[in-house]
Design a protein around this ligand. Structure first.
Ligand code: NAD
Ligand code: IPM
Ligand code: MN
Length: 352
């Protein structure tokens, strides 16, 4: 029996609504598998916790998470109660950084039965490998002077190690896919860090002679994701570029409510963290209509990470069958509730 210990952080807003549903799916998956079990430990760290305790997680919060095999997170942020720079940096970004989750993997593909805003999505299927520890999200900089003279300085820090490991990951991933890596860049003379990014990309490509490469400026790339998404396989991007591209990826899939993501620790020292691309969606909280698919697909990525690829693929097929059958939440043009969609996925899973 393989037993996985999972730290569950539902977080804020719809995070709480979709995490419990995805946990139900995982429990069913374990029952069906037979040789698999999950122990879930829930951590109630969110903006309400902050209002009560003055911190987003206890002082030993990271030590509490550390022994788990993975962290399964919903969403963080309740901007009307706690400013995002406190809530996100105190919990989500803190975990990504402290647990050296240096790459963030975000697939996007056209799903049958889901209406993409593109008139002809041509079966696009790509994965963004987002550098997840530095770049534009570096904390170097600050504010100086005051009043009309005030200046905000933000340094984007790109290390050779950080850049190279994201690129290595992307090239290795492409070896198991369609052997094509696109680099998201902006090296046309304006941004200092990007000629460096390009150099590291070129160096990495030399070590992977079987992989075709393409270098596209981020502005054109954003447009190409709309006009020709089927031409991409693996896209490697810096932290901010990857953040933006993956919301575009989610949008062309049909809704940000279905997009999954995985923050991967590569050195085995800390658990990886699985969370959907979307946030806490304060505008629909409490209505029972949050799309659980992003969180459930994220659970599939966690199963893959545990080496349970067959079960993971069953889960993705179940998701696809449900969406194709028309059982969808309102963000996808349907009428189903969060619970109805989850029940349908569970029923499909039982059929396979
Ligand atoms: P958001 O992703 O929460 O919402 C954007 C839009 O998408 C909203 O209209 C929302 O209703 C819709 N949406 C999102 N997820 C959905 C789902 N599962 N089903 C149906 N519709 C869905 O982004 P935002 O409004 O910019 O951010 C809200 C809060 O979440 C902020 O505090 C933000 O910082 C935070 N946030 C957190 C994460 C995270 O924890 N990983 C990610 C993004 C945003
Ligand atoms: C995401 C989110 C986060 C990010 C925010 C909430 C800090 O947008 O996970 O995509 O920028 O990484
Ligand atoms: Mn984002």
């Amino acid at each position: 029996m393989k037993d996985f210990n999972i730290a569950v952080i539902p977080g804020d807003g719809i995070g709480k609504e979709v995490v419990s549903e995805a946990v139900r799916v995982l429990e069913t998956a374990a029952d069906l598998h037979g040789g698999l079990s999950f122990q879930f430990t829930e951590y109630p760290w969110n903006c309400d916790y902050y209002l009560e305790h003055g911190v987003m997680m206890p002082e030993d919060g990271l030590e509490q998470l550390q022994p788990h095999d993975a962290v399964f997170l919903g969403a963080v942020g309740d901007p009307n109660k706690v400013p995002d720079h406190i809530s996100l940096w105190g919990l989500l970004i803190n975990i990504r950084r402290s647990f050296e989750q240096v790459v963030n993997i975000r697939p996007a593909k056209h799903i049958k039965g889901v209406r993409s805003p593109l008139h002809d999505p041509k079966g696009f299927d790509f994965i963004v490998v987002r550098e997840n520890s530095e770049g534009e999200y570096s904390e170097s900089g600050g504010r100086i002077h005051q009043g009309d003279d005030e200046i905000a300085i933000q340094n984007a820090v790109f290390t050779k190690k950080g850049t190279r490991r994201a690129m290595d990951y992307a090239f290795k991933l492409a070896e198991s896919r369609r052997h094509h890596v696109t680099s998201a860049t902006k090296s046309n003379g304006i941004v200092h860090s990007m000629p460096f990014w390009d150099e590291v990309f070129k160096e990495t490509a030399i070590d992977f002679p079987d992989i075709k490469t393409r270098k596209v400026h981020i502005d054109a790339l954003s447009a190409f994701l709309v006009s020709q998404p089927e031409t991409f396989d693996v896209i490697v991007a810096s932290n901010l570029f990857g953040d933006i591209l993956t919301d575009v990826g989610a949008a062309i899939m049909g809704s940000i409510g279905i997009a999954p993501s995985a923050n991967i620790n590569l050195n085995g020292k800390y658990p990886s963290m699985f969370e959907p691309v979307h946030g806490s969606a304060p505008d629909i909280v409490g209505k029972g209509i949050a799309n659980p698919i992003g969180q459930i697909w994220t659970a599939k990525m966690m199963l893959d990470h545990f080496g349970e690829n067959e079960l993971g693929n069953h889960l993705l097929s179940s998701i696809e069958n449900v969406l194709d059958s028309g059982i969808k939440t309102p963000d996808l043009g349907g009428k189903a509730t969060t619970e109805e969609v989850t029940n349908a996925v569970i029923n499909e899973l039982k059929k396979l």
